[in-house]
Write a new protein. Structure first.
Length: 479
């Protein structure tokens, strides 16, 4: 029979465990509101072609007004009626000398065709433990989580140690009206801050449902599109010639496919790979350690390059993403055109890579032009390289460690290079330290952002909602 002292200790441990479980999960009312906001966001079409980020901004403004925010603290503004941005401010302690924290969350999503999906991409669908819909991973889940954090803090009358600003913005995925860029140029006073948090990066990775790491964007690649064009006089298809515009572009793309950019690691990717080597299977771990040596092992590099995540970490990548050619089935093409999308390692520029492509294509008859994010053909790319990584500020990382330890004890926090690109490029360019992470968990290998049947685990979403709330309070409690 256990002693009363042992039973008392057991009861204390059980109480603490139950308390933590309650604090890391959502009460039914909060859970329902989080569900409803996520559903509302997914079912507002915010694609560039036919959607509206203004509709999202107005809907979320109303949610905040209903929670008690003053109309003067939640504004919607933008360059045109379809590309609205919402800026909300939760005021900090009167007299605080700390500059605000800015959270940037884009509300636009990439295109999605109903015929490509097993569910309607613009109908919020719960099935088999997942929420399906365009934006469930990128990034209306974090839009909803941040709105929820603002609502909960307002209803609790929580006063942070400095202002917290939330900007829900347009056209991160493309289009002519990028919201972060527009706000910085036209309304800098509304979003001026000392630190930027961008949930459009990082996140929790699970393996067989178990969280194994939380990635934090510490640097990111530079985005660039290039238009490749071949032209000739064309003619009748019954009289083929040696000069065919389609073949010339196709041959250039084949050379690109067989010409990977050089292997290159930086301070962030070396640290990232060093940590990953402790989390993966033996052969993969051995290969990682082999490429970290000087010189790197060529065979290990080749094996790892077969996996997209490692390939993108080790080098600049350029890939053909679109192609069009010809004007009739019975005519030789007078023009062929392809888009090559590149993700450029920090320290290299858009123009440097354009010159690399010209060298790889080895065809002086081709035209290779840089195309900006709005789809405007510029020709020559920028000579400016990606911004260097910001310092790993304890203002950001101390509350992050505390929140992660509370929700997922012993979980590894991994500073990493974002292989895609995000709106942090605009804030980093102005010298504002910017960090990317969120609490949404995605199973390793189930990354579906921009793809068909995009989905997020139901419980992953609710945990991510709680993480955002707990983290913001930990960061701004003044302790």
């Amino acid at each position: 029979m256990k002693s009363s002292k042992t039973l008392s200790l057991f009861a204390t441990i059980l109480f603490a465990a139950n308390l933590q479980a309650q604090q890391t999960t959502l009460d039914p009312q909060t859970r329902q509101l989080a569900h409803d906001i996520f559903k509302q966001l997914i079912e507002i079409n915010s694609t560039d072609s036919v959607g509206s980020t203004t509709a999202v901004a107005e809907a979320m403004r109303q949610r905040l007004l209903d929670a008690g925010f003053s109309p003067s603290d939640v504004v919607v503004l933008g360059p045109n009626p379809r590309k609205g941005n919402m800026v909300a401010r939760l005021h900090g302690r009167p007299g605080s000398t700390l500059k605000p924290i800015l959270i940037i969350c884009h509300t636009d999503v990439v295109e999605a065709k109903r015929e490509d999906w097993t569910t309607d991409p613009f109908v919020f669908t719960e099935k088999d433990g997942f929420f399906y819909g365009r934006g469930t991973q990128d990034m209306k889940d974090s839009d909803a989580a941040t709105i929820m954090a603002f609502i909960r803090m307002k209803r609790e009358n929580y006063v942070p140690d400095r202002d917290i600003i939330l900007a829900l913005t347009a056209d991160e995925e493309g289009g002519k009206s990028n919201g972060v860029d527009w706000l910085l140029k036209n309304h800098r006073d509304l979003i001026d801050a000392s630190i930027v948090l961008n949930p459009d990066a990082g996140g929790v990775t699970t393996k067989n449902g178990k969280p194994i790491l939380l990635g934090v964007e510490a640097t990111e690649k530079l985005y660039a599109d290039y238009r490749v064009i071949a032209t000739n006089p064309g003619g009748h298809s019954s009289l083929p010639t040696n000069d065919n515009a389609i073949y010339r572009v196709a041959n250039a793309l084949t050379r690109l496919e067989k010409s990977p950019f050089p292997f290159e690691l930086n301070e962030v990717t070396r640290a990232e790979l060093t940590t990953r080597a402790t989390l993966v299977q033996e052969q993969e771990s051995d290969d990682i350690r082999a490429i970290l040596k000087t010189p790197p092992d060529a065979a290990a590099m080749q094996r790892l390059s077969a996996k997209p995540v490692y390939n993108a970490t080790m080098r600049t990548t350029c890939v053909a993403t679109m192609m069009s050619a010809g004007h009739a089935p019975n005519a030789l093409p007078g023009r062929a055109q392809a888009n090559v999308n590149c993700r450029i390692l920090p320290g290299h520029s858009q123009e440097e890579v354009r010159q690399d492509l010209i060298r790889i294509f080895a065809d002086p008859t081709l035209t290779v032009d840089y195309v900006d994010n709005a789809g405007v053909v510029i020709g020559k790319g920028s000579d400016r390289g990606a911004a260097p990584p910001p310092p790993l500020s304890e203002t950001v990382f101390k509350p992050l460690r505390e929140t992660v330890h509370f929700m997922w004890p012993s979980l590894t926090i991994l500073p990493e290079m974002e292989t895609g690109a995000s709106d942090s490029i605009y804030t980093m360019a102005l010298g504002i330290p910017s960090y990317g992470f969120n609490g949404m968990a995605i199973e390793d290998g189930d990354e579906r952002a921009h793809g068909r049947d995009e989905r997020l685990g139901v419980e992953s979403y609710y945990s991510g909602v709680q993480f955002e709330y707990l983290y913001l309070k930990a960061m701004t409690s003044g302790q």
